[in-house]
Design a protein around this ligand. Structure first.
Ligand code: IMP
Ligand code: MG
Length: 181
């Protein structure tokens, strides 16, 4: 699979040491408040597992599953919630975890939906944030790494459901992204 990449951006050790810092920041800020984490599947699976094991606080974990890409490298703008019942967030301090902030459609839709259930607070944590003008503005409170506007895979991130199991993050070769569409 490494041959499908243009280059590696973040090795596993780099990712994990950044997670040490993020987890320390989050742990300090939620020390006095009971945290409810809502992870956005499938992309945030690896990130969630590695980050949460570094947060030594009592917390609740729920997952949301959404689809927005439909197999292309460009977002469709339409966000589909795959489950009927949303997690119970009323009165709780919510931290949304997602793999990457790109156009902003996904996180804006999730934030709007969760806000209707009246949580006490909502913050957003993403592993990656693309430097670009977003279709919908989303303020990420915690960001692992800022990256250029390129299509990346690995460590949970997919292209057409492939590459999620790579332990590192890399830029997908342009000819691979196009050829399989
Ligand atoms: P947004 O709605 O455009 O912000 O995109 C959010 C979702 O699109 C992410 O949760 C990813 O699943 C997917 N996505 C966006 N950019 C990339 C990328 O570079 N690689 C893999 N998936 C991506
Ligand atoms: Mg995806």
């Amino acid at each position: 699979m490494q041959g499908d990449l243009d280059r590696i951006l973040f090795h596993e050790t780099t990712i994990l040491s950044r997670l040490d810092q993020l987890a320390a920041e989050i742990s300090a800020e939620y020390k006095e408040r009971e945290l409810t984490v809502i992870a956005v599947l499938n992309g945030s699976l690896m990130f969630m597992a590695d980050l949460l094991r570094r947060i030594p606080l009592p917390l609740k974990l729920d997952c949301l599953s959404v689809a927005s890409y439909h197999g292309k490298t460009e977002t469709s703008g339409e966000v589909i919630f795959k489950q009927i019942a949303l997690p119970d967030v009323a009165g709780r301090h919510i931290l949304i975890l997602d793999d990457i902030l790109d156009s902003g459609h996904t996180l804006a839709a999730i934030r709007d939906k969760l806000e209707t259930a009246k949580p006490r607070s909502i913050r957003v944590c993403v592993l990656l944030s693309k430097k670009k003008i977003r279709a919908r503005p989303v303020n990420a409170d915690y960001i692992g790494f800022e990256i250029e506007d390129e299509f990346v895979v690995g460590y949970g991130l997919d292209f057409m459901e492939r590459y999620r199991n790579l332990p590192y993050i890399g830029v997908l070769r342009k000819d691979f992204a196009v050829a399989s569409e």
